[in-house]
Design a binder for this molecule. Structure first.
Ligand code: ADP
Length: 744
């Protein structure tokens, strides 16, 4: 019988509970036994009740909790062979030689050391009679699946580590709040964020909060002039009307000689050179705490599930793999190599080899830094000599999506910085028909990075007949060279219409670029759209609250979420909230499903379940509506549970965009400007939509875009996230083949 141990070690990170839950439940689902090792290596060294068999319900109701329910610790004893000998003894006493280790660099290094020494340790244990020779024979190797759990995102082998997204949420919430008070008082705030060797949190929160200056360890400022330059940027900002200034300093920021730059030092510089009343805020441990974001929950779930698969597939060999998320896919890579590479980055920073450190961090990091450097400027640079001086129109289209303003702001600032002028149309394509809008300059989009909704205004406007003449006239009157459409499907459709009418209207012979922005995540040519992450977090927070309202009674909640005909929000929401069942428009539902689901719920409640959540997409079935399903459950479950219905509605479209949506919006806008500049030189400029596919930015020609869609359902023909359905099923219900609720 396979026995799989799971532990969390080192610094805690939000999302660890989701990973532990996924490890335990997937292990049980595969008919293996699951063991939790409490308090990291300390529990392994202590043994006894610190290594405990876990059943299905031991990991129930923990997805929303921050930290780690099985505890974490730093353990000095494990750094010595004696301690590791004790750890091996305790593992073998429990028959465990397969481990999922969730932690940072240190924890994963420790696991590799234990693996290296394993055969020596068990030989010794056999010799001194601690374990039987037979036990040693049954466990010749230690297999390890590592999960990078660290808010700093300082490990390689994964684009993002568990906890980093939640930390970004905490940081952006805090900085948004600080910005309000800074603006009220015309004050500068210096905010220190975590990241001893890695500037990820500082860099990404800088983009997400539209900070004025960011200092990170990988790219120290030029020795002689950075202080003056920073002050100049801040002074300029004031001169053109900016009331708030934020400087973000990573904990490990340093100058080119390796001398630390503290937040206090930056404050002193500002005070001396600007005579500004600057304040320091050190965010500290709030960055680690709180409920995990939707992304971290689902990341923990995907990684935890794959860690177990990897260990089972390894079939007793001495596997050492790191489970990572690369280009939106869960991938396994050699744990040892990744630890070495992470170490190299650390060494490069210590040795002041910053170009190397930046290179090792990868192209995405470098590119984000370049974008940030342009965006933070209080005023645009002198127009570049190669500037094409384009006149670019921009508009929002479709339903509002959080992040639309962020995209417009980034496009305006990056565009103006490149010497272009940008015209913002009000109310989507209607604004184009009516020629309503304004020229947007650098300061007119100040503060737009962080706000929800659409400041320009947006609408679903189907372009027909006369509209074409009006739009052509607007383009001519404004002398537009190009157009950026930030929106959902109706925006794309309108853009396609203009593009297809080129033969009839010469005004339309301009490049158009569409930036996907809709909470539904139903756009072709993009794995994720701007706005979907915010909506998902709204759903997850709402379901958390709904669940808490039901502590005392036996209750099933049927929660309806948006998404039009795309089940993305429903499925990802169900995963992140641990829902029992999810109804997707891609699958539909029939009477047989409903009967099966009622039986499942009744039997679950008869066995002691107290709470059930079922998520349903708004368009799953026009006849079996949420209201119908709720009443059916109520009737059929009469003696066992009550049913309540919640339709989340438009709160899903509102709210401040999450860091992820802000960063996506900013990067897409940068790509959009680049695309237009490139196309303008072509005799027949193309029109396209931008998106991220397999970790790369892609431009899909508008001509081909409709072919990628299921037109009647307004969703892409291929949807990557549908592959996650088996995981949702596995984690929601114990496998009836095994007695998963009993831990032994
Ligand atoms: P993180 O995993 O977050 O980087 P630490 O570096 O503190 O956190 O490591 C957590 C624990 O992992 C340590 O307390 C120690 O028990 C173990 N550990 C770390 N580095 C090593 C090492 N080089 N050898 C053995 N054990 C280690």
């Amino acid at each position: 019988m396979n026995r799989i141990g799971v532990m969390t070690s080192g610094g805690d990170a939000p999302g660890m509970n989701a990973a532990v839950r996924a490890v335990v439940r997937t292990t049980l689902d595969r008919g293996a036994q699951s063991y939790a090792i409490y308090n990291g290596y300390q529990g392994m060294v202590d043994g006894g009740d610190k290594i405990k068999a876990f059943g299905w319900s031991d990991v129930g109701g923990i997805l929303h909790r921050g930290g780690t329910i099985i505890g974490t610790a730093r353990c000095e004893a494990f750094r010595h062979r004696e301690g590791r000998l004790q750890a091996a003894t305790n593992l073998l006493k429990n028959g465990i030689s397969k481990l999922v280790v969730i932690g940072g660099n240190g924890s994963l290094t420790g696991a590799l050391l234990l693996q290296d020494e394993w055969s020596g340790l068990i030989d010794e244990l056999v010799k001194n009679g601690t374990i039987l020779a037979e036990t040693a024979e049954n466990h010749p190797n230690l297999a390890i699946a590592g999960i990078a759990g660290s808010i700093d995102n300082d490990l390689t082998g994964t684009d993002i580590s568990l906890g980093a997204d939640t930390a970004l949420h905490r940081i952006t919430d805090a900085i948004d709040a600080i910005t309000d008070t800074a603006a009220s008082h015309q004050r500068t705030f210096v905010v220190e964020v975590m990241g001893r060797n890695c500037g990820y949190l500082a860099l990404m929160s800088g983009i997400a909060t539209a900070a004025d200056w960011v200092l990170i360890p990988e790219s120290p400022p030029n020795l002689d002039e950075w202080e003056n330059k920073m002050c100049e940027v801040l002074r300029h900002g004031r001169e053109i009307g900016k009331r708030d200034s934020i400087v973000i300093v990573a904990e490990g920021a340093q100058d080119r000689h390796g001398k630390p730059i503290s937040a206090e030092y930056v404050r002193q510089v500002l005070e001396d050179k600007l005579q500004e009343d600057a304040r320091v805020t050190i965010l500290g441990h709030v960055q680690r705490g709180g409920s995990p974001s939707a992304f971290d929950r689902n990341l923990g779930i995907m990684m935890g599930t794959d860690a177990v698969e990897a260990l089972i597939e390894a079939n007793g060999s001495g596997l050492s793999t790191l489970i990572g998320l690369v280009a939106n896919q869960v991938v396994r890579s050699d744990l040892r190599k990744n630890i070495e590479k992470s170490e190299q980055i650390h060494e490069a920073i210590t040795a002041n080899e910053y170009t190397k450190a930046m290179k090792l961090r990868g192209p995405g990091f470098k590119e984000s830094f370049a974008t940030l450097r342009t965006l933070v400027r209080a005023t645009p640079h002198e127009h570049p000599r190669d500037s094409k001086n384009l006149k670019i129109g921009i508009l929002n289209a479709g339903a509002p999506a959080p992040g639309m303003n962020t995209a417009v702001r980034a496009a305006v600032r990056l565009g103006v910085d490149r010497g272009h002028t940008i015209f913002g149309f009000y109310n989507g394509f209607r604004g184009m028909v009516e020629n309503q809008g304004e020229w947007l300059d650098w300061m007119s989009v100040n503060g737009w990075a962080t706000t929800g909704g659409s400041n320009l205004g947006t609408c679903r406007h189907k372009i027909e007949g006369r509209d074409l003449y009006a739009i052509a006239r607007t383009i001519e009157e404004r002398e537009l060279d190009a157009l950026i459409v930030v929106g959902g499907w109706s925006g794309y459709e309108a853009a396609v219409t203009l593009h297809n009418q080129r033969q009839n209207f010469s005004a339309f012979e301009i490049p158009i670029i569409c930036v996907p922005a809709t909470i539904d995540n139903n756009m072709p040519g993009a794995e994720l759209t701007v706005g979907a992450d915010t909506a998902l977090n709204v759903i997850v927070e709402a379901v958390d609250r709904i669940k808490q309202s039901a502590v005392a009674s036996r209750r099933v909640f049927v929660v309806e979420v948006m998404g039009s005909d795309c089940g993305y929000l429903a499925l990802m929401g169900a995963l992140a909230t641990g829902s029992e069942r999810v109804y997707l428009p891609e699958e539909g539902m029939d009477l047989r499903d409903l009967r099966k689901d009622v039986d499942m719920l009744v039997s679950g409640f008869r066995q002691g379940k107290r709470l059930g959540v079922v998520l349903s997409n708004e368009n799953t079935n026009p006849t079996y509506t949420t209201s119908f399903v709720s009443r059916l459950y109520e009737e059929e479950g009469r003696d066992t549970f009550e049913v309540r219905r919640a339709i989340l509605g438009h709160i899903q479209q509102g709210g401040h965009p999450t860091p992820f949506d802000r960063i996506y919006a900013t990067r897409f806008a940068a790509k959009a400007i680049g695309f237009l500049e490139q196309q303008i030189d072509e005799t027949e400029p193309e029109s396209a939509c931008v998106g991220m596919i397999n970790g790369k930015y892609r431009f899909t020609q508008l001509e081909g875009v409709t072919r990628l869609m299921e037109k009647t359902h307004k969703r892409p023909k291929v949807q990557w996230w549908l592959d996650l359905r088996p995981i949702a099923r596995t984690l929601a219900q114990p496998n009836p083949q095994f007695n998963a609720n009993s831990p032994q």
